[in-house]
Design a protein around this ligand. Structure first.
Ligand code: IVH
Length: 667
């Protein structure tokens, strides 16, 4: 039956599914055009049949007029909080307390484990299947009526097939990470104050008196309990959630566990994948699965006895900033590193945190002596995220950029309007030499197997290597190497052998290995193609350089500066004398390649080569290789186990190239 009503319901369902994919998963499943087409169809039907307009129509979700204030509502059933456990021992104690209250045949119950979503708890009341009220947790007894704002959340069903007198469900309103990043980018662009984290952004959005503002905030709702109106035949928390899901509510991950060990393993695995989740979580919530047992266990004054939160170690901790150390990078960039009173963050002792650059120091207005918040997420370098200015000691000291390089004493330069300061010492500066060495031997450069960072730094510290050309002299120091690093004859031979092998390279690799500022892997390739040989590149002037794809004035300037410096020319001469060589590049016109002007994306696993190799092959044919599919993508090279990129490419009508087809193109 294709009545107008049925058409409307189908369009509403489709739009909601796409809204969820777009706003919550940040993974749109149809093109914007197609989405607009569906939306227009619904608008048209609504205009022609106003009496049939559905209360949950996304077209109607424009929000009402701004409220003067939020009214307070008493919760029919108080919204309690949860107890916490922080480690395995606490967890076992919690489980023991549960067991102590259960009869022998009830002991060691199954636990249902959920993610502890980091947002705001909200109670939703549906009367006869229609959402009539949404209330914040407030103090647990009384909360604020945020019904207007809740109705703008796109992954939330406003009417349900289940039409009981009163259904109350609870869950978390949150802002997914992707939406948060977009919102903050926009607020920053508008010159407004950004939100500190997704939770604050979600809270700020829910408390907007004007629902038209809330409507544009990417909020999502995840259900986690039914407190009234659950069908009698449902007896477990697990089934209750499955039922909510069948009504159209989004859920986070759910797992059943029978033992403390199993639960702890799950806890560790979630910590691992936490970074990849679309939203922030701060732990797990562990609930006795059987609803009758829950009833039997009951509540303490403010929390249930049948559930607890298994919190993750904190990722942000307060500590004192004791000093600033300026580190000099390979390109001479000066990075301020904060020296901290050591603190444990998520099981790791942290005593350094980056402050990025002098601009960030000014932005944070941080001083030595300040109490600061330090954040560590996954394997990212810890960073100072906040300064507690109210706690500032009287003897705090402002931080200034050093006038001279802390390593080589050359003057520090800070280009006007830039946050990045740089040592002007170039390859004279030992800090830059050491980094230049590490870069030179790296995999995508000269790829000297076995000459890792530790060895290099050791050789450098003992004066065996001062610059990259000295690497090829190491064979004259074999006996010293053996003594120095206790390497043993065999390893030294292997190392010297690897150094010899690296002498045969390619021109793009060699150019990249020189470590010229702004010349990355693909620019090096373009330069090699444009100039064909090293001499022509070394003699090129700014105008000639700028004819190379991807080379602008800044890069051209730094290439000219590099080759003009006498010490760099000497190093290159020594490298060539030592026997570094490459097959001549056919002088190809970089603007006349088969894949010129095309933009490719690689996804999935290739069986015949690694992604780096495939990327290099595509670039050699003139294509650009980027990491995400967009309307500008020319082709998607899809290996095995390719994921969502394929769907996206299909939706955008982009050519999908199999590995076999790709091999045919490059051969
Ligand atoms: S169940 C009776 N499940 O954690 C307690 N809470 O400290 C019912 N939270 O304010 C809470 N994710 O907002 C439950 N999967 C989840 C949760 C969750 C996050 C929050 C909730 C509450 C706080 C409890």
């Amino acid at each position: 039956m294709n009545t107008i009503y049925a058409q409307m319901r189908r369009l509403i369902h489709q739009l909601k599914t796409h809204n969820h994919a777009y706003y919550v998963l940040d993974n749109p499943t149809i093109s914007d055009d197609e989405y607009d087409r569906l939306r227009r169809q619904l608008i048209e039907l609504e205009q022609q049949n106003p009496s049939l307009i559905q209360t949950d129509s996304p077209i109607n979700q424009v929000g009402d007029k701004p409220l003067p204030f939020f009214s307070q509502i008493t919760h029919t059933i108080p919204m309690l909080s949860l107890g916490n456990v922080f480690n395995q021992e606490d967890l076992q104690n919690f489980m023991r307390r549960v067991n102590d209250r259960l009869a022998d045949n009830q002991k060691n119950p199954t636990y249902e484990v959920e993610l502890k979503l980091d947002g705001l708890a909200v109670a939703l009341i549906y009367e006869k299947g229609i959402l009539t009220q949404a209330i914040t947790r407030g103090d647990g007894q009384m909360g604020e009526d945020i019904t207007q704002n809740i109705k703008t959340i796109r992954n939330l069903p406003l009417i349900l097939d289940h039409k009981v007198e009163r259904l109350e469900i609870r869950g978390e309103v949150l802002m997914p990470k992707a939406g948060f990043a977009k919102l903050n980018a926009q607020t920053q662009k508008n010159g407004e104050k950004t939100f500190a984290n997704p939770r604050n952004a979600a809270a700020g959005s829910l408390r907007q008196l004007d629902p038209n503002i809330a409507k544009n905030r990417p909020l999502a709702f995840y259900a986690y309990s039914v407190v009234q109106g659950l069908p009698d035949e449902i007896h477990t928390q697990f089934d209750a959630l499955a039922w909510l899901n069948s009504l159209g509510f989004s859920l986070s991950d759910v797992k059943l566990c029978n033992h403390a060990d199993e639960l702890h393993d799950y806890y560790l695995s979630v910590i691992e994948k936490r970074q990849n989740l679309p939203f922030e979580i701060d732990g797990l919530v562990i609930k006795v699965n059987d609803l009758n047992l829950q009833k039997q266990l009951g509540f303490l004054s403010r929390e249930p006895r049948w559930a607890t939160a298994y919190k993750f170690p904190a990722q942000t901790v307060m500590t004192r900033l004791n000093a600033i150390e300026w580190q000099v990078g390979r390109t001479g960039q000066l990075t301020p590193v904060g020296k901290l009173d050591p603190v444990n963050i998520g099981g790791v002792t942290v005593s350094n945190a980056t402050l990025h650059n002098i601009g960030e120091i000014h932005r944070l207005d941080v001083r030595v002596g300040d109490l600061v918040s330090v954040h560590r997420a996954g394997d990212v370098i810890p960073k100072v995220t906040r300064v507690w200015k109210d706690e500032r000691p009287a003897n705090s000291q402002t931080i200034t950029l050093p006038t001279h390089c802390p390593v080589c004493n050359s003057p520090v330069i800070l280009p006007e309007d830039e946050a990045l300061a740089r040592c002007s010492g170039g390859l004279y500066c030992p800090a830059q030499q050491q980094e230049a060495l590490i870069h030179f031997v790296s995999r995508k450069a000269m790829d000297i197997d076995g000459l890792g960072e530790r060895l290099l730094i050791g050789f450098f510290a003992h004066g065996l290597i001062k610059n990259v050309a000295d690497i090829y002299d190491l064979k004259n120091h074999a006996s010293e190497l053996i003594k120095l690093e206790k390497l043993g004859e065999k390893s030294v031979n292997n190392l010297l052998n690897a150094i010899e092998v690296s002498k045969k390279t390619t021109l793009p690799r060699f150019i990249y290995a020189l470590g010229i500022r702004s010349v990355g892997e693909s620019t090096a390739l373009n330069l090699a193609k444009q100039f064909g040989d090293l001499d022509s590149l070394m003699q090129a002037n700014i105008d000639a350089l700028q004819k190379t794809p991807d080379v602008g004035t800044i890069t051209a300037d730094s290439i000219v500066d590099f080759f003009q410096a006498e010490h760099n020319r000497k190093v290159i001469e020594r490298l060539l004398q030592a026997g570094v060589h490459w097959d001549s590049m056919e002088h190809t016109d970089a603007n006349n390649q088969p894949l010129d002007g095309q933009s490719w994306v690689i996804t999935g696993t290739l069986t015949s080569m690694g992604r780096d190799e495939a990327k290099a092959k595509l670039q050699a044919l003139g294509a650009k290789v980027s990491s995400s599919v967009s309307a500008k993508t020319s082709a998607l090279l899809a290996g095995e186990k390719a994921g969502s990129k394929i769907d996206k490419a299909q939706n955008l009508g982009i050519k999908i190239v199999t590995e076999a087809e790709f091999l045919a193109i490059i051969l």
